[in-house]
Design a binder for this molecule. Structure first.
Ligand code: SF4
Length: 195
């Protein structure tokens, strides 16, 4: 018969061990006060509350499903609120082969997102067309919209997708609140024909 084991001497769990300490932005701390920059506070809040919009057209989307599952658990990074409404989301995750016919649709979705918005190209197809060097496939989504982070792989494993989200978090945290109003940013959008 299989022996049955009971956990009769459970280890005492301390609440402080199981709670993740929130990261503090740089600033001055004192008795009853903490002073920091608005830019850092907004960056911290935005970084930990990214709402992704998955634009999945083929196999890389399956890897994204695994990334959202309990094993990899994208919710650990505050990004579990996946939405399919561009106006509420701020991270466009493009996963899969984008046919040239799909390019205007992808661009339309991007345009419907409010600023500030970020874009990840997940996998070889979204980044460069991948193995589909053909007349019908867009050779990288950066031909129609600006991209912030490229995730390599065909398909990238969930770890790679998580790494891409972490790189986006770095960008989000450190982005100046004024960046979206700068001439450089306007020039970037103008280069894509976006006013
Ligand atoms: S990069 Fe590879 S796995 Fe991803 S959509 Fe293209 S062919 Fe599929």
């Amino acid at each position: 018969m299989r022996p049955v084991r009971f956990n009769i001497t459970p280890k005492e769990a301390k609440l402080s061990d199981s709670l993740m300490q929130g990261e503090l932005p740089q600033g001055h701390i004192g008795e009853g006060f903490f002073a920091t920059k608005l830019n850092d506070v907004v960056g911290l809040a935005r970084k930990n509350s990214i709402w992704p919009l998955p634009f999945a057209t083929s196999c890389c989307g399956i890897e994204f499903m695994a990334t959202m599952g309990s094993h990899y658990d994208l919710a650990r990074f505050g990004s579990e609120r996946v939405g399919f409404s561009p106006r509420q989301c701020d991270l466009l995750m493009v996963m899969g082969t984008i046919a040239k016919k799909m390019g205007p649709v992808l661009r339309q979705v991007y345009l419907q997102m409010a600023e500030p918005r970020w874009v990840i190209a997940v996998g070889a197809c979204a980044s460069s067309g991948g193995i589909f060097d053909t007349y019908s496939v867009l050779q990288g989504i950066d031909q129609v919209i600006p991209v912030d982070v490229y995730v390599p792989g065909c398909p990238p494993r969930p770890e790679a997708i998580i790494d891409g989200v972490l790189r986006i978090q770095d960008l989000v945290q450190n982005e100046s609140l004024r960046r979206r109003g700068t001439e450089q940013y306007k020039a970037l959008l103008n280069s894509y024909g976006i006013e």
